[in-house]
Design a protein around this ligand. Structure first.
Ligand code: SF4
Length: 327
């Protein structure tokens, strides 16, 4: 199958100053990442804050420019930012943010905002737009009377539904969802995730679902990529990742996910400080917190390689043989 979107060796470096008069210091927010998402598939991207997952999401859409590597959509390279070709392509790739209030215009009604893409991208004739807006609002579970409401008159969950309806109006092939439910109440999170999953299946949309919450990712992703300080450290199908994580960092993350009806046992508590992108440790960036670290880990960056089960992992200790024994 041809991938809908493919990234190869993506690099993004920010120049960060330490203190007001400090010299700029390069921080590799995304460090040689390659991935592919097939049509209709959901790729979950997980990792702690500072792992580079949001930067990666913006790079896939071309909003954040890659300083190395390439993104291809439907086999073609991404056009330069803000060109007419890029704008046309952006209709096919929509972004859903964490904060729906920031994503919506407080001065416009919900109907006006859901209808915006129909008008901008001339998707359907003007006389059919109102009916399509009503259809989109119904699809995300908003009531007809909420069409004339303003964003501040809706709850957080309803606002996120409105953002999703607006994204769907453009008939996208790809949704990049960056922490789409983390600002919502837990009871509403499940409703929005289920709705996204249903809409995705109905419309055959591919999705990149970025989250620090593995419970949510487990519910929605077909495949999962685990990021640590700008790099993917393990990638596999969702079942393989959650049933037999192999990379020590993935093991720690997965061990903290509660399974309904089971006591949380064998939880791995990570030692040391959370990652700081501005001071990346040499060798394997995870080595200061890794229970399996040895000399080679402090000296050499591990390559991401196939270790069986359709899984890739970047670790000097976890290899194809160790993964097979663990399975
Ligand atoms: Fe741990 Fe070494 Fe593997 Fe890094 S390479 S995850 S430090 S065992």
């Amino acid at each position: 199958m041809t991938a809908l979107i493919e990234a190869s060796d993506l690099v993004r470096i920010y120049q960060i100053r330490r203190g007001l008069f400090g010299r700029p210091h390069p921080v590799r927010a995304v460090d040689e990442i390659s991935l592919a998402v097939n049509p209709g598939e959901t790729l979950g991207i997980v990792g702690e804050s500072g792992s580079g997952k949001s930067t990666l999401g913006r790079m896939l859409l071309g909003i954040d420019t890659a300083q190395g590597g390439e993104v291809r959509f439907e086999g073609k390279p991404m056009p330069p930012l803000r060109t007419p070709e890029w704008r046309a392509l952006r209709a096919k790739m929509q972004l859903i943010y964490q904060d729906p209030l920031a994503a919506l215009d407080r001065r416009l009604t919900i109907a006006a905002q859901v209808g915006e893409p129909l008008e901008i991208h001339k998707i359907i004739p003007k006389q059919h737009q109102a009916a399509r807006v009503a259809e989109l609002m119904a699809a995300v579970g908003l009531r007809p009377d909420q069409a004339e409401h303003y964003p501040h008159e809706l709850s957080g969950g309803q606002r996120q539904r409105a953002v999703i309806a607006r994204a769907l109006a453009a008939r996208p092939k790809l949704l990049v969802c960056d922490e789409p439910v983390s600002a919502l109440d837990v009871s509403i999170q499940a409703q929005v995730v289920n709705m996204l999953r249903d809409l995705q299946a109905e419309n055959g949309i591919a999705m990149v679902f970025i989250s620090h919450d593995l419970k949510v990712v487990r519910n929605i992703a077909d495949r999962v990529a685990v990021m640590y300080l700008g790099r993917i450290v393990e990638e596999a199908s969702s079942d393989v990742i959650f049933q037999s994580p192999q990379h020590p960092y993935t093991k720690a993350l997965v061990s903290s996910v509660p399974v309904p009806g089971k006591r949380l046992e064998g939880r791995v508590i990570l030692q040391g400080e959370p990652p700081n992108p501005a001071s990346r440790p040499p060798g394997c960036a995870f080595h200061p917190r890794c229970p399996l670290a040895r000399d080679i880990c402090r000296a050499l960056v591990p390559e991401l390689r196939q270790i069986g089960d359709g899984r890739t992992a970047a670790c000097h200790v976890v290899t194809g043989e160790t993964a097979a024994i663990a399975a």
